[in-house]
Write a protein that binds this ligand. Structure first.
Ligand code: PDD
Length: 287
């Protein structure tokens, strides 16, 4: 089925949607994005994604293309037009398309940001078979730039990381810098030891995950403590359980790290409980 997508004020069939070859994101990866999940036809954590988008834009001096209320309306309209019950909405804002390629930022008075949104229909997203089996990860060096807190479209290395994982016969990769895990290629990384969830603290080294914030808030409901600190692959390998979070995977158990099985090698009860709580609470608060 042809999707209806949104480009700069217009709802169009995906085959008719066009962006200039001079768009700064195409030439310079000069753009930011958000991925918001949809459950029961409603948006999960929209507020968090909108706030992070505003922060990403302001860190890069890109003007907001519209108000956050207008963005919410566009999200909802796309969900409706494409009949999305479960899936994701991808949003991208770029610095726009000047007349030519130039390293210098274009004048924001004449070059307006580009705004693109499209839906990804994923029936069964919440009831994912992967969550029942758990995923396997390898570790790779984190060679990304120093502002990973900004959600830019520079995704070449994360994409290469997924390919390294695929080549190694596993599902994903955790990135390691100076001996400590930063995050997954497109998710935040955690382990559980006893009653404690351990995950790296927020800084410019990692993306400030919206799912991360929610899960850490819900930890108390699962009678768990949270410790935000650096950790190594070895420590995670010796943990009881591990998991990742993101808008597209929610809470996803990790059952193997660099060939070492965690616990019984199946998803642990605490990660599964956190997934259940996250899904329940998020559905209740969806808009
Ligand atoms: N990725 N860390 C990185 C590097 C990410 O790319 C993502 C999200 C996260 C988790 O953030 P959140 O919980 O807000 O989704 C952490 C999205 C899903 C993607 O690129 O498709």
């Amino acid at each position: 089925m042809t999707r209806t997508v949104y480009v700069n004020g217009e709802y169009l069939p995906e085959t008719e949607a066009k962006v200039s070859i001079f768009d700064r994101a195409f030439l310079m990866a000069d753009g930011v994005y958000e991925v918001t999940s949809v459950l029961d036809g409603k948006l999960i954590d929209f507020d968090g994604h909108a706030k992070r988008l505003q922060r990403s834009l302001s860190e890069l001096d890109i003007a907001a293309p519209c108000t956050m209320d207008e963005l919410l309306d566009i999200h909802r309209e796309l969900v409706k037009l494409n009949n999305i019950e479960e899936g994701m909405i991808y949003l991208q804002v770029t610095r726009g398309a000047p007349d030519d390629r130039d390293f210098v930022f274009p004048d924001p008075e004449t070059t307006k940001p580009t705004l693109v949104l499209f839906t990804q229909n994923k029936p069964g997203l919440a009831d994912s078979p992967a969550a029942k089996k758990g995923i396997k990860v390898i570790s790779i060096d984190d060679i990304r730039w120093g502002r990973r807190d900004i959600k830019t479209v520079q995704l070449l290395y994360p994409s290469m990381g997924k390919m390294m994982a695929k080549k190694a016969g596993v599902d994903d990769a955790w990135m390691v810098e100076d001996g400590f895990v930063t995050e997954g290629t497109s998710n935040n990384a955690y382990f559980i030891k006893g009653n404690k969830i351990v995950t790296r603290a927020l800084s410019n080294d990692i993306l400030h995950g919206i799912t991360r914030a929610a899960v850490l808030r819900f930890a108390a409901e699962a009678q768990m403590e949270v410790e935000e600190r650096n950790f190594t692959i070895e420590e995670a390998q010796q943990a009881d359980e591990a998991f990742i979070t993101s808008a597209s995977t929610f809470v996803m158990p990790v059952v193997e790290i660099d060939g070492v099985s965690l616990g019984e090698g199946v998803p642990g009860p605490r990660a599964l409980r956190l997934r259940e709580i996250y899904l329940d609470e998020s559905r209740k608060a969806a808009v």
